[in-house]
Design a protein around this ligand. Structure first.
Ligand code: SF4
Length: 737
């Protein structure tokens, strides 16, 4: 018999770049991953995929002996580490029975889900929850991309900018501002295109409290005090208006509220903002002027979305893009939306949002306080969103409030949760509270590839198919991939994807008529059919799996802006209607040396966290030997001047302590950070440590979320995002003997 060799066209989701790849399989075994050939993107993908350590480690991941293979049911106390292997049918039957009991007692809203960052087809989770009648979907939506999406919708009716899907920066841009973004670590496709643009002579400005890799080749680096971005942007807007550098024609024709904006920016004179932000006035003014060189683009990263002033900063960013006339021009900030691919069925055609009744919508936890990104805000914009852009995580429940409801029963009991593609014990701030909350549940189900600190305290742990074992379809642009390897092998493993999980539960709960597709491939094929493709396979064969956007510019001239005024709302009538300030305003973060000088005496350093670090992606990949050897320990960056004053040497283990707790990481001397600021890595746990309490795979060792604050009072006023980039801390050497 000859060797069986096949090549499968798939989409990698081990980071947000979502590279199209060819998976080479020989005699049923995964051989290697390569960039996809023969399509427009292949040239761009080559350097990214070839240099990607995660892609190179694909076989190590897929065949890892610790990967979950069969459903597990808790056999001892929660967190005791005792498990019983069961079948999928048993798991789904028992979980359904428990759900019925809890829903009977407390109502459907007692069920919550937590999502992660784009590993699953979440529109089917929404379908399940909308049919079930629960509005309590939580996750990273308040702090990752969705704030940008929500503000984009409120202010323009579109999502503008780059980032999602790792889109490259196009040729022709004159000025690029990396604002709170480090694509060299976070978004390799964007980074590859940035290097190309730099060779072509683009002006590069970096705004970051750390001298990230991009800063070394930048024309200017602004190093602000963490959390002061709104003030910085408002001062830039003032310079642009005062000096008459704005695009008068665009502002007059397409912007609403310019006069009110002009009034508001008077509160941000350069000298005052320079003192507040630590950025010299002349640098602020120069950056503002460079941004008016059309086309220019501000690439906004998680440094903005993780800040206490996230919504206000994103709003100010949209204003900057609009008044400089950079919206939806080539090399500027593109408008992304469904109208560009109307021939496909998109997420909003699938999620059955209308099945969630008004009564149940009103029960969403946290929606009364954080209205913008809740179901209340979503309902205000979704009329526009349906023709423009929508995503499942724009109308989320407020995660910190849901965890509190689990503990207090207020406003009502939340007694069950499903965690998919996320690991809240590592990725949600205030881990001690999250731990208590999850352990208190009557039903906690985790669907994952590995035993994680979250899975350790679950009642059921279900093995999930990874991207190699499942088909995929991402929206705008349509990017589809096939399963390359089987998720079920007799006697080896029986893994399922999220669609199969929700369908299995949905059918048992009486939702049969809405789960007509036998499997995920059929479900995704249904979405491609209006465009003339018979199936997912047919689409991939005919297009290579990718349907590029038509590239139309200035779409607003044809379609308008999806806002109540039909214009870019510099002054947001949506925010006003929701009872918020319609214009950006700077608020001092709740925990800073300025807002809390007394606390700063005890905790004199400013802690920022969340900067990406290769080869990991959030809390993933720490059990992959080749990757872990590249980066064995968590690192906290400290200015050498500060470290030596504290008696800390480069490489020492140090405690990082805030009023909420302490964890330890290894000191990395870094003179590219201010002496009063430290940066701690996120996502750290130790799969090599025991899973039972109190170990929980090392969740309490170096996981910086333990030390972060998620109190609703310190969250962003409009969307409830919790501050990952503004906390006070002290650091000191770990004693050793
Ligand atoms: S860059 Fe990201 S998406 Fe691309 S191959 Fe590497 S891990 Fe996968």
């Amino acid at each position: 018999m000859g060797e069986q060799i096949k090549t499968v066209n798939a989409v990698c989701y081990w980071c947000h770049s979502h590279c199209r790849v060819e998976v080479h399989v020989k005699d049923g075994r995964l051989e290697k991953i390569e960039e996809v050939k023969g399509e427009s993107q292949s040239e761009r993908l080559r350097p990214v995929v070839r240099a990607c350590p995660r892609a190179r480690a694909a076989a190590e991941y897929y065949y890892h002996p610790d990967r979950l293979a069969y459903p597990l049911k808790r056999a001892g106390e929660k967190g005791e580490g005792k498990w019983q292997k069961i079948s999928w049918d048993q798991a789904l039957d028992e979980i359904t029975a428990k759900l019925k009991e809890l829903i009977e007692k407390y109502g459907s809203e007692t069920v919550a889900t937590s999502h992660g960052t784009h590993r699953t087809q979440d529109e089917y989770r929404m379908r399940f929850m909308n049919l079930l009648g629960s509005p309590n979907n939580i996750g990273q939506g308040n702090i990752c991309w969705a704030p940008g999406g929500m503000v984009g919708l409120a202010v323009l009716g579109w999502w503008t900018g780059f980032g999602g899907g790792g889109k490259p920066l196009p040729k022709g841009t004159k000025c690029i501002v990396l604002w709170g973004a480090n694509p060299n670590q976070a978004n390799r496709r964007l980074w590859a295109s940035l290097l190309d643009r730099k060779k072509e002579g683009v002006k590069l400005i970096v705004v970051d409290p750390r001298r990230i890799e991009g800063a070394d080749m930048a024309d200017m680096w602004l190093q602000p005090r963490p959390g002061t971005d709104v003030a910085l942007m408002m001062a830039m807007i003032k310079v642009i208006i005062d000096e008459g550098l704005y695009d008068r024609e665009f502002v007059e024709k397409w912007c609403y509220g310019f006069d009110k904006l002009r009034e508001r920016v008077q509160d941000y004179p350069l000298d005052k903002v320079a003192e507040l932000t630590w950025v010299p006035a002349e640098k602020i003014a120069e950056t503002a002027r460079w941004c008016t060189e059309k086309p220019s683009v501000i690439y906004q990263g998680m440094g903005i979305e993780h800040s206490a002033n996230s919504i206000e900063a994103i709003h100010a960013h949209k204003i900057l893009a609009a008044i400089t006339g950079n919206i939806d021009i080539h090399g500027g900030e593109p408008m992304l939306g469904y109208p560009q691919q109307p021939e496909f069925r998109h997420e909003y055609d699938i999620d059955l949002d209308d099945k969630l009744s008004p009564e149940q919508r009103r029960k969403q936890i946290g929606a009364d306080q954080f209205r913008l990104q809740s179901i209340i805000g979503y309902d205000l914009v979704k009329g526009f969103a349906k023709t423009m852009w929508t995503r499942y995580n724009l109308g989320v429940a407020h995660a910190p409030s849901v965890y509190r409801a689990m503990l207090t029963g207020k406003p009502y009991p939340v007694r069950a949760m499903f965690t998919l593609a996320s690991n809240p014990m590592i990725t949600q701030a205030n881990t001690k509270l999250v731990h208590k909350a999850l352990k208190s549940l009557d039903l906690y189900v985790v669907h994952d590839h590995w035993m994680t600190p979250s899975a350790d305290i679950a009642d059921y742990v279900l093995p999930s198919a990874c991207w190699l074992e499942r088909p995929h379809l991402f929206d705008v642009p349509i990017n589809a991939g096939e399963a390359a390897l089987p998720a079920k092998i007799e006697g080896v493993c029986d893994r399922r994807n999220d669609y199969e999980l929700y369908r299995g539960l949905g059918i048992r709960l009486g939702q049969e008529e809405y789960w007509q597709w036998e499997n995920l491939e059929e479900a995704l094929s249904y979405r491609l059919q209006p465009a003339g493709f018979t199936s997912l396979k047919d689409f991939i064969e005919k297009t290579g799996g990718y349907a590029p956007l038509p590239g139309e510019e200035r779409k607003y001239e044809r379609l308008g802006f999806g806002t109540p005024t039909g214009k870019v709302e510099l002054y947001s009538t949506i925010m006003e209607k929701l009872g918020y300030d319609p214009l950006p305003r700077y608020y001092e973060p709740a925990e800073s040396p300025v807002s809390n000088p007394e606390l700063a005496k005890e905790f004199p350093l400013m802690l920022i966290t969340g900067g990406r670090h290769l080869p990991f992606y959030h809390s993933e990949h720490r059990q992959i030997d080749s990757l872990r050897k590249m980066h064995p320990n968590p690192l906290v960056q400290i200015n050498p001047e500060t470290a030596s004053r504290l008696g800390i040497s480069d490489g020492d283990w140090v405690w990082i302590e805030t009023p909420r707790g302490r964890v330890r990481q290894k000191c990395q001397y870094f003179d590219g950070i201010a002496p009063t600021v430290v940066h701690a890595q996120h996502g750290w746990w130790f799969p090599e440590l025991p899973g039972e309490e109190p170990w929980l795979h090392g969740v309490w060792e170096s996981n910086i979320e333990v030390a972060l604050n998620d109190d609703p009072d310190v969250c962003n006023k409009m969307n409830g995002g919790w501050p990952l980039r503004t906390a006070l801390c002290r650091v000191y050497k770990v004693k050793s003997y």
